[in-house]
Design a protein around this ligand. Structure first.
Ligand code: SF4
Length: 252
């Protein structure tokens, strides 16, 4: 399984509760980006949600929202973990790795030692899909071919994940407009889905007349959701596949 990391942190956590359920862990966006760690907060958010559910059941409540969880996480260990690092990603995105990460480190330091930030709480700016530069402004990176010893091709790694989808089900990767990959994304961005997808799901192939065609090998999808987030035209909708298909979740 692969996963796009939800990097928004403290200032981007969405509404967590809905009748009968709650978002916890990485679904809620509780990863600590500078530490590249989130499992501690995932466990803690599960505990907070469970406490709130227990309280609700004891009070005879049902089918409503676990507001105690929603209202409590910022004052919990999760909040104490995420608040001091909240400006690292916005600074990094705006100012680049050297200056941005340096200032982010300084900001974490003042937050942790004095509970104070020179920056307040910074916004993230643009959504991810709007950060892509057109092909004309970049030099494509040429990666060395995988050697099969310490680097591997995408499809060998997909094979190891035991990813499987019933082949006769409708494609769970739905294009709002099927013409956009070739008519807009290919000339403007070199159709980035074929590059960022970790499972090689998307391909641009030439037909017999030499015309490019967009191909979706949906059975290889490892459910990272990157395409839904990153497509510059916001044209790809990841939907839940039928029958529990995907990476071999049960045996992870
Ligand atoms: S198709 Fe989308 S969700 Fe599936 S592996 Fe590729 S980028 Fe991830």
């Amino acid at each position: 399984m692969a996963r796009a990391i939800t990097e928004g942190g403290w200032q981007s956590v969405p509404k967590l509760c809905f009748p009968g359920g709650a978002l916890i862990g990485c679904s809620a966006g509780f990863v600590n980006v500078p530490r590249i760690k989130g499992s501690h907060n995932a466990v803690m958010s599960g505990m907070l949600a469970a406490d709130a559910a227990h309280e609700a059941l004891e009070a005879g409540r049902a089918n409503d929202e676990l507001t105690a969880y929603e209202q409590g996480w910022r004052g919990s260990e999760i909040g104490a973990d995420l608040k001091p690092v909240r400006n690292v990603k916005p600074l990094w995105s705006k100012l680049g790795a050297a200056l941005g990460v340096g200032l982010g480190g300084l900001d974490m330091w003042t937050n942790s030692l004095f509970g104070f930030s020179f920056f307040g709480t910074l916004k993230h700016g643009k959504p991810d899909f709007a950060t892509l530069k057109p092909l004309a402004e970049v030099t494509p990176i040429v990666y060395p071919k995988p050697d099969g010893k310490i680097s591997f091709d995408k499809l060998s790694s997909v094979f190891l994940s035991n990813t499987n989808h019933e082949e006769d089900q409708p494609c769970h990767l739905v294009l709002k407009d099927p013409t956009i990959p070739i008519s807009k994304n290919l000339p403007a961005y070199g159709e980035p889905a074929r590059l960022y997808c970790p499972a090689g799901v998307y391909e641009v192939v030439n037909d017999e007349a030499g015309k490019p065609r967009f191909v979706i090998n949906a059975q290889n999808c490892v459910h990272c959701k990157t395409c839904d987030i990153k497509d510059p035209a916001q044209n790809i909708n990841w939907t839940t596949p039928e029958g529990g298909g995907g990476p071999n979740y049960q045996y992870m």
